[in-house]
Design a protein around this ligand. Sequence first.
Ligand SMILES: *Cc1c(COP(=O)(O)O)cnc(C)c1O
Length: 368
Amino acid sequence: MEKFSPRKEVLSISPQGAITSMEEMKKKYRVNEMHRMNANENPVMTSKKAIEAMRREVEQACMYPETGRTALRAALAKKFAVEEDMVLLGNGGDQLLIMLSEAFLNAGEEVIVPDPFFATYALGVSIIGGRLVKVPVKKDGLTMDLDAMRAAITDKTKLIFLCNPNNPTATIVHKREVEAFMQAVPEHTLVVFDEAYHEFVSDPEYPDGMDYVKAERNVAVIRTFSKVYGLAGLRVGYCIAPRAIMDILTRISPVFPVNRIAQAGALAALEDTEFLAEAKRVCQENRAYFMAQFDAMGLPYAKPEANFIFVDTGLDAVQVNEGLLRRGFAVRPGGGWGFPTYLRVSFGTREQNEAFIAALKEVRAELA
Ligand SMILES: *Cc1c(COP(=O)(O)O)cnc(C)c1O
């Protein structure tokens, strides 16, 4: 008999869930408060209407969620003017991103991603044993290099992840570039438009992945309630894709991917247009604030179109990060993405942002 062994692809992946909790970080750095500017959460917090809807739904917790034609799915279909069977809910966009690899990729096939990229893409690809083809962002502006991504397409390219705005850079690519790119994508390739930050973009040249869904191209659009809707803790994301794609993806969906309390909260959030407008307004104000501060400090940054900013501190970001942690600010140093002097900073409340900038100035003075 052979020795017991897991799939070899799985052995190449590190265990998830090793992220240090805020409570541990507070203890380690001996601070009373650790400001969460590392996860692109919403400083406007959560719609009161969503909270009310969740409270009411708690009473129904003994019942399984609706499956199939849920009210949330219907509301999303209506909002985007697509059929209900073109919408699939997931336990966060994360789950759907992994499912796309599980449903479409064969071992050995290629997946093109921008570099730097959102780590979840690699997880799905590793589970299957696909080959990640990383295409560096442009040196100038740190936007996805669609010409280079197009040149990387081969007979074996099954998936392409376009993250627009990209995480961690917060930059977008424009409609014209995406249109030229899509014209060159062959039939055997599925393009995933990860639009987790879609609602924050203010550039009028920003393309909408949904247009390619409606044109019935081989595409899938991923969006989420975690960012602009302020519901990261609930875990609700959705995929919108043409029927031919959905027919495959729905085969591997869990029966109950999103619990009923989360569905109720997301539905109420979707309908709370006032909250949405406020979240967008605050994000734009924050963008302007950070850009002005970094301009004044002479720190280069990628032009942000999301609720965070990727800034070059000009110093070792690990050391800068340590100094910030000791002052109670958690951000993301860029080393893991190949940008050792950069920080990814999520926008907080006005008070947090001002205190962060003051702390960063102290740390820079200390390290100089
Ligand atoms: C946050 C995020 C998502 C989705 O996150 P969920 O919380 O799982 O919905 C997807 N893509 C990118 C690039 C993100 O930053």
